[in-house]
Write a protein that binds this ligand. Sequence first.
Ligand code: ZN
Ligand code: ZN
Length: 342
Amino acid sequence: MDDLLLGKRDKRGDWSPNARAEIAPFWSWPPQLPKILSWLPGYFWPWNAFHMATTLVYWAWVIPSIETMKTLSWGWALWLYAVNAVCIFVMYGAIEFFYYIKRKQGTRFKYNGKFPADAPSDVFWFKSQNIDNFLRTYLFGIPMWTLVEVLMLWVFANGWAPWLSWSQHPLYLAFLVLIAPAIHELHFFVIHRAIHTPFLYKWVHSVHHNSINPSPWSSLSMHPVETFIYHGVALWHLIIPSNPIVALFQLHMAGFGAVNGHIGFEELELTGDAALGSHGYLHYLHHKYFEVNYGADGLVPLDWLFGTWHDGSKEGDALMQARYDKKRARMNAQKAKSGTSA
Ligand SMILES: [Zn+2]
Ligand SMILES: [Zn+2]
């Protein structure tokens, strides 16, 4: 595929899309029905459909019986860890293998022209982004995901949270499934904005931001506190009346879905002209510039509302620069003030 039909490459070899990122079209006024209709299929297919498919497979074959889950025990917790670990190895590992090790499409559609493996750095364990990120995924990322999963299932199994049945509340539960991506973005924006405050950034979130040029293994490479509150989005379903399948779907959207923002390519070429869109550019820009795009892809446009939206355009750059200049001026003024009062 010719990536220059859809974007451009700069002197450094970094590719960027021509089209500006847009917030979900149902926020525009007056409503633009054709735009909403053309946006809808991408809302379901392929990613959210994939997360629902893995959820149903888990529910049918992986999640233990209600009786077992009434009691906390290492047996079923380790079983869930093992399944999550293997599934992530297969999914993230396949992307890593074909696009980062084999480099089957070179740097076509790649946001950053360089590959992390070619840039050893002291910030990483063993100076390797891949080894560091892989180890953190298995030592902290997946254990915390599993901890949230175990707590959530244990509470449901004991009847301590409102568990609605599909036969009695089909419309309400279908609605919850439909808005689960919005719950994800809302939760993610709030916790992400919080861990960008100086103290939490230094002690918690900086681990994830070591990867300025993220790749699949960067997705769940986080401080344990971050990965717990990130996957903790599923615990909302213990508060709002829900169902463990919807809660599991919410969890899979976080765990499996984390890879989207860290794929590093706009499109993953499959065969012939078929390609898989990553929806990853906005989060790539977050890793590049740090203080833009705290949310996901603008389904709930909080970045747009709070002035931190960067749509990938030159105007987006200028807005970000103006914000940085203002912040610097404010900090300098503060410094000068404390200097005179001292
Ligand atoms: Zn990230
Ligand atoms: Zn961040």
